[in-house]
Design a protein around this ligand. Structure first.
Ligand SMILES: NC(=O)c1ccc[n+]([C@@H]2O[C@H](COP(=O)([O-])OP(=O)(O)OC[C@H]3O[C@@H](n4cnc5c(N)ncnc54)[C@H](OP(=O)(O)O)[C@@H]3O)[C@@H](O)[C@H]2O)c1
Length: 236
């Protein structure tokens, strides 16, 4: 049985990854989200797959939540095969996006949620991952964090946060390779979710199916790489 933890699993890409993974045999999903009581889609899925889906509360910015999740997993299975750091925010407020209106505290919240929190959560999961089979860590990043791709202004906080997330992934890859843990960063596509909007390029099932394919094919030779959802390499 593979144990796969997904953050921000109550909607969007995280929920679709959960749905599609549950179609595959011998997989146990730990679907984490801020408010399990309100996670109606996850609660429906757990009624169908009570043995293969566990819902745990996790606000990724809350260090007590992180400690509780790790302790719960240590007690239940003491291993983790795949960690998908998917939770993220992309506020539309001008104080995170527009030059002239930027505010430090608003930018800091985005940096903390999208870059610092997934790094700290991964750090907390290292001992569990060491016990995993072909253990893999994925940072669900964005093309918006690519220096090469950036040809327009604005969206400072989100772009900075994903660039920092990319560097966290690359540095984790160096630190964790001694334990055979493969760490990558991944652009999921421009996806039709609450964040991506209905005019985005690809539907959520296409993004999630691609991500699952990328993860199934990952080997230690991929450590430290930046991928697109369709398996192509992404520019840094
Ligand atoms: N959609 C796109 O086009 C696109 C493109 C590039 C990258 N991405 C990245 O893909 C990931 C998923 O995006 P999405 O499109 O699925 O976004 P979404 O539909 O807005 O969902 C975001 C998810 O993250 C969760 N989240 C936010 N802050 C959190 C926190 N502090 N703790 C725990 N969970 C938190 C949300 O939970 P709540 O329901 O509690 O808010 C929600 O489950 C994000 O990292 C995003 O940056 C998306």
């Amino acid at each position: 049985m593979q144990h796969i933890l997904i953050t921000g699993a109550n909607r969007g890409i995280g929920l679709e990854l959960t749905r599609q993974y549950l179609q595959i045999a011998d997989i146990h999903i730990i679907a984490t989200c801020r408010n399990p009581e309100d996670a109606t889609h996850l609660k429906s899925l757990v009624r169908v797959h009570p043995e293969r889906l566990t819902i745990l509360p996790l606000d990724v910015t809350n260090t007590e939540h992180i400690a509780t999740v790790v302790q719960t997993l240590q007690q239940r299975m003491n291993k983790l095969d795949i960690l998908i750091n998917n939770a993220g925010i992309n506020p539309t407020d001008k104080n995170t996006r527009r030059l002239g209106e930027l505010e430090g505290a608003a930018i800091q919240e985005v940096l903390y949620t999208n870059a610092i929190a997934p790094l700290l959560f991964t750090q907390a999961c290292v001992e569990l991952l060491k016990n995993g089979a072909n253990p893999r860590v994925v940072m669900v990043s964005s093309q918006m964090g690519s220096l090469d791709w950036t040809k327009s202004g604005g969206a400072y906080a989100y772009r900075m946060s994903k660039a920092a997330m990319n560097m966290a992934a690359r540095t984790l890859a160096m630190d964790l390779r001694a334990h055979n843990i493969t760490t990558i960063t991944l652009h999921p596509g421009w996806v039709q979710t609450d964040m991506g909007g209905s005019g985005a390029d690809i539907p959520t099932p296409e993004s999630a199916a691609g991500i699952i394919q990328v993860l199934q094919k990952l080997t230690p030779a991929d450590n430290g790489k930046f991928f697109k959802w369709n398996g192509e390499p992404h520019h840094w």
